[in-house]
Ligand binder design. Structure first.
Ligand code: GDP
Ligand code: IMO
Ligand code: MG
Length: 421
């Protein structure tokens, strides 16, 4: 049985916190897409940890953490991350499994990311520059190197051939100023450091675990509106972030998926370029950024902030067959005089409750419903009924609009600041 947990907005909904919180109910936690563009924050015992490629169950003893075939792995970043997590006390060696079919991010993928973004100028995606797009491009272009290739006698030769091709493009795009020998050396040193970690045919392993009755949590990265097919294309990431991505990225059949939990913030954020209909480019947006500490976990970039967008949430729920909802960062809205919820879009004079093909076009205006705010600090509330009535009314509206129950309400970054209904 596999439960999926995924973001319904533009990423950074709080997937790391909730995956870590839910881990004790599972035997296995797995990542199925994305790579070190993700930054998943966990907080417990007063300490904050940020994970990029490792699944968020990594701090729980006795849980197996699987990096699935759908993930792209930068060995340099992964080795550094493992070092940090081991220093914090986790036993990564005994709990981590890596799919042999996961593709590798090469140093020249990172350079290509930068070269492409520079070439795009004003229309840049705002990529995290972790080499994600170029690595997935080589995967679908049938030109990639995989974790399982580390054991092949011609691994280095194939690596060099792929790099050669990349370098021609990098030169054409005019990127310079890098030390290629140092990048190659760092890459191969990291590959050696990864060798002790278990690399498996994860599709067989995972399906055996399903047959054995094990409980698996599939942890999404990014968010539904960054999905390469259904997001705000071309301002998206390069993988399928919706629940279907879990089947592809782990090698499991759709019938094994049980619950699909959709996570969203009580408001909305986006980092990088692209449309964001309910964005607040004013003092209220600034206040949300300050209070919600909305700065990227991976890149430190300020996140764009705005009101909740129920049109986009409904769309994301439809795409993933979400069965229950989890609302994060309700505490950040405390002290707001009024709260707005986007319930529709107006484009060229027409109102719609659907995400239009032309969401990237200028002139899309949200339609709002307004709610009264609340002043109470809710960061220590542990019981739903103790939440301010104004917040309960906001929640009731969100539930009725989205047609699903809200099962978890998060009121702070720490594990214990989680209200289960
Ligand atoms: P992820 O990428 O979906 O795992 O989310 P990030 O970790 O990138 O961003 C979520 C941020 O919000 C992190 O800094 C979390 O520590 C923090 N956070 C999570 N839940 C809450 C919450 O309920 N309230 C507040 N104030 N912060 C939260
Ligand atoms: P988590 O898992 C928020 C955004 C980037 C950029 C676009 C493409 O922490 O929610 P990429 O590096 O994939 O080429 O970037 O996607 N992006 C994210 N935004 N959270 C993330 O991950 C993101 N991963 C990528 O900012 O706009
Ligand atoms: Mg994040």
């Amino acid at each position: 049985m596999v439960d999926v947990l995924l973001g319904l907005q533009w990423g950074d909904e709080g997937k790391g916190k909730i995956a870590d919180y839910l881990t004790p109910g599972y035997d296995i936690v797995s990542r199925f897409q994305g790579g070190p563009n993700a930054g998943h924050s966990l907080e417990f015992n007063g300490e904050k940890h940020v994970l990029n490629t490792l699944p968020s169950g990594i701090f729980h003893p006795g849980i197996t953490n699987l990096i699935g075939n759908g993930v792209v792995i930068d060995p340099v970043k992964l080795v550094a991350e493992i070092g940090r997590v081991e220093a914090a006390g986790a036993d990564v060696l005994s709990s981590l499994l890596i799919s042999r079919k996961a593709h590798l991010i090469l140093p020249t993928h990172r350079l290509l990311d930068e070269a492409h973004e520079n070439a795009k100028g004003q229309s840049r995606i705002g990529s995290t520059l972790r080499g994600i797009g170029p690595a997935y491009r080589d995967k679908t272009g049938r030109n990639g190197l995989r974790i399982g290739d580390m054991d092949a006698p011609d691994f280095e030769k194939r690596y060099k051939e792929i790099c050669e091709g990349h370098l021609q493009l990098i030169e054409f795009l005019g990127l310079g100023g890098f030390d290629l020998d140092a990048l190659h050396a760092e890459f191969f040193a990291s590959i050696e450091k990864l060798r002790p970690y278990r690399r498996v045919n994860s599709e067989y392993w995972l399906n055996d675990q399903i047959v054995a009755g094990k409980k698996i949590l599939a942890e999404g990265a990014q968010g539904s509106m960054l999905d390469v097919d259904f997001g705000t294309y071309p301002y998206v990431t390069s993988s399928n972030t919706i629940s279907g991505g879990a089947c592809i990225g782990l090698g499991i059949a759709p019938r094994h998926i049980s619950k699909v939990s959709g996570i969203f913030k009580a408001y909305c954020t986006r980092v990088g370029s692209g449309p964001f209909p309910t964005e607040l480019r004013d003092a209220t947006g600034e206040a949300l950024r300050e209070k919600g500490r909305e700065f990227g976990a991976t890149t430190g970039r300020p996140r764009r902030c705005g009101w909740i967008d129920l049109v986009a949430l409904k769309y994301a729920i439809m795409l993933s067959g979400v069965t229950e909802l989890i609302m994060m960062k309700s505490d950040v809205l405390s002290g707001m005089e009024s709260i707005h919820a986007g319930t529709g879009y107006r484009l060229n004079g027409n109102e719609s409750s659907e995400v239009p093909f032309g969401i990237c076009e200028e002139g899309l205006e949200p339609v709002y419903k307004t709610f009264r705010g609340w002043d109470e600090d809710i960061t220590r509330v542990t019981d739903f009924t103790a939440l301010p009535s104004a917040l309960q009314q906001y929640i009731a509206f969100v539930e009725s609009e989205l047609g699903l129950p809200l099962k978890v309400i998060s009121v702070g970054p720490s594990r214990e600041q989680t209200i289960i209904r």
